[in-house]
Design a protein around this ligand. Sequence first.
Ligand code: S3P
Ligand code: PEP
Length: 422
Amino acid sequence: MRVKIHPSKIHGKLRIPSSKSMAHRALICASLAEGTSTLSGIDASKDIEATIACTESLGAKIIASQDQIQVTGTNLKSQGKEILCPCNESGSTMRFLIPVASLTNDPVTFTGQGRLLERPMEIYARLFHNQGLAFVQDSKGIRIQGALKPGDITIEGNISSQFISGLLFALPLLSKESTITVLKPYESRSYVELTLEMLRNFGIHIEKIHQTKYHIPENQTYQAQTLPVEGDYSQAAFFSVLATLQGKLTLTNLKQDSHQGDKSILDLLKKAGAKLMIQKDSIQIEHHELHAQTIDLADCPDLGPILCVLASFCPGTTHFIHAGRLRIKESDRVQAMETELKKWGVAIQTTEDTITIHGKREYDCQNVVIDGHNDHRIVMAMTIFGLCAQTACIIEGAQAITKSYPTFFEDIEKIHGKVEIL
Ligand SMILES: O=C(O)C1=C[C@@H](OP(=O)(O)O)[C@@H](O)[C@H](O)C1
Ligand SMILES: C=C(OP(=O)(O)O)C(=O)O
């Protein structure tokens, strides 16, 4: 899909879709619970569809209606046959469900599209081999067989927190206690906090011995719940930056006491000088002159692309540190943002782990054609850039938004952004 983005003055009110991270977690916990859970407020996306498909393959029964999803849990007993878990491009789905699926003892094949099978999986490969379980990866997928064993597990903290979350879903179901020790540096830690929060909602108890060590008691049972899923601060970030750069927006469906790490977008914008009015479950943001700052991406990697756009329009020099993790997402997001922003003439330099951007207020370039790098967050970030620039641009591969936010362009139009589907 090719879209043309026209410079537009935006204004209005927008409901932010459900948190993808919380929706994955709620669906997985509900799939493991005794009885039927009712989850409300979950918006569709390809990643969420992948988690639904995989949990169904594992035996959960899922009925989706317009505004709620009913999930009847599975006991993960062997189905006596090969199980297929199609993860599409969703890293969360694959890394959360590998330890869970292993508990069936059946051969399970996880398939992936796009860049998914190139993203790191060695932590599980090593763990499975150390426990004498099968873990075989080739270009078509990952095939596992054998149930994860309880014990003391040590894993690196700077590759993906999704391995820690995946183990936290599965280990409470085992017949002996376990511990997880995370080696420093421990990045994306806030996502593990989200996992612990959702596990608590479903009656699972994990003890945090200290910041990098968890104790997981044995023989626990997930209890079915009725639960609304909160709005997504990672998606709200695109609109918060847009409104700060030009216009005025009210964003709704944002839980004020949310534990999402990407809620830090609000503090970053405030630190840069933005005026935000935070009310119960909504935020009002209005255009304001901002200044550059140093930004640590260790705990909020998904904000990277949109913060690069913010930095491009902030006079002064923005330094990003701990950006290396952005290179192992749906695209190499450091390289993708460097390539695309340079097409607009942005002064950007990158190293393996840092990004430096010298911002200015206006960009005026004819015939800019942006490549979406098959990455939803690159397409969305570059759309926001296009709306704030002085001249129109074209974005190729814009369908990548369907991974997390299929109605993104409709929502941009709702707030008077001009998008032409070519
Ligand atoms: O647990 C989660 O929901 C996620 C964790 C983060 O990944 P890493 O832990 O690999 O950084 C984040 O980038 C991803 O979009 C969602
Ligand atoms: C990296 C992302 O998701 P995942 O790791 O689940 O593919 C993302 O949504 O930006």
